[in-house]
Design a protein around this ligand. Structure first.
Ligand SMILES: Nc1ncnc2c1ncn2[C@@H]1O[C@H](COP(=O)(O)OP(=O)(O)OP(=O)(O)O)[C@@H](O)[C@H]1O
Length: 266
């Protein structure tokens, strides 16, 4: 399923661009963590952010749904447009933005609620369902989308925290997709999972790109190669190289990218 032929390659037209970042800088106090990053992220594509520890992958990912707003010392400059709209415009409500740009974290973090309520929470607060039947439909659809429905349909009232790690992560993915996002940000979503659960989540990511733009931070180059069509290599806060995943892994243009993918730095 991850065959080269299925990867998106070639020309990118302006209409394919979901996220456009321009000259983005992030500072944590005096620490200049992201330096002048500009990148166009394509729609219906999995984009991997790779690079050595501390290079700024998670920081830049968090800029894309304003999660850095929650960090007091973080300061952001530059411009990030989603579908041409500036997400840092004063009129943008970050809560609404995060429904449109969902996020899945490293450690599965279900709420201490039932499986059903974990998924229903977002649609309820965003008023996506008028009736209980609507809500039931939304929850079922999201759990199916996250390839979890068959495993949990008979125990929707059981606590989400009682599921296995891999199931919890798929529950978090269901929770993120329940608000009908357009972009899904994933910060090392498989790092707490065993190889079988990792395989399931990777398969799911491949399916999700039919509907969403997916951006994934990963420490695993094998994972980036398996799931992504585009790869961005970060180093010391800069975006060094951004290209098709095939090109980054087979014919990188920058010596720092080559050193990283061959294991000489990182
Ligand atoms: N909440 C924070 N407060 C202060 N500094 C931070 C914060 N988060 C990250 N940083 C700093 O920003 C820089 C980039 O960190 P970031 O976590 O974005 O890198 P990363 O590439 O995702 O690293 P890793 O692969 O280890 O998760 C580092 O110098 C880090 O110490």
């Amino acid at each position: 399923m991850y065959d080269t032929a299925s990867r998106l390659e070639g020309q990118v037209s302006a209409t394919d661009i979901k996220i456009a970042a321009r000259d983005v800088q992030v500072f944590y106090g005096d620490n200049h963590a992201i330096k002048d990053v500009s990148v166009d992220i394509q729609d219906k594509t999995v984009t991997a952010f790779i690079g050595p520890s501390g290079c700024g992958k998670s920081t830049f990912l968090r800029c894309l749904n304003r999660m850095n707003d929650t960090i007091d010392i973080a300061r952001i400059e530059g411009e990030i447009l989603i579908d041409g709209e500036d997400i840092y415009d004063k009129r943008v409500d970050p809560v609404q933005l995060r429904a449109k740009v969902g996020m899945v974290f490293q450690k599965p973090n279900p709420f201490p609620k039932s499986i059903f309520d974990n998924v229903a929470y977002g649609p309820k607060i965003h008023g996506l369902s008028k009736t209980r039947a609507d809500l039931d439909d939304i929850v079922e659809r999201a759990l199916r989308r996250a390839a979890l429905w068959d495993e949990v349909k008979d125990r929707l009232t059981a606590p989400g925290t009682g599921l296995s790690g891999g199931q919890q992560q798929r529950l978090c993915i269901a929770r993120a997709v329940a608000t009908e996002p357009e972009v899904l940000l994933m910060d090392e979503p498989c790092s707490a999972l065993d190889p079988i659960a990792t395989g399931q989540v990777e398969e799911l990511i491949d399916e999700l790109r039919q509907d969403y733009s997916v951006v994934i931070v990963t420490h695993s180059m094998q994972q980036a190669a398996r799931v992504s069509q585009k790869t961005a290599f970060f180093h010391l806060g800069s975006l060094v190289e951004y290209d098709t995943t095939d090109k980054i892994f087979t014919n990188p243009q920058d010596s720092r990218t080559e050193s990283y993918i061959t294991g000489r730095i990182g």
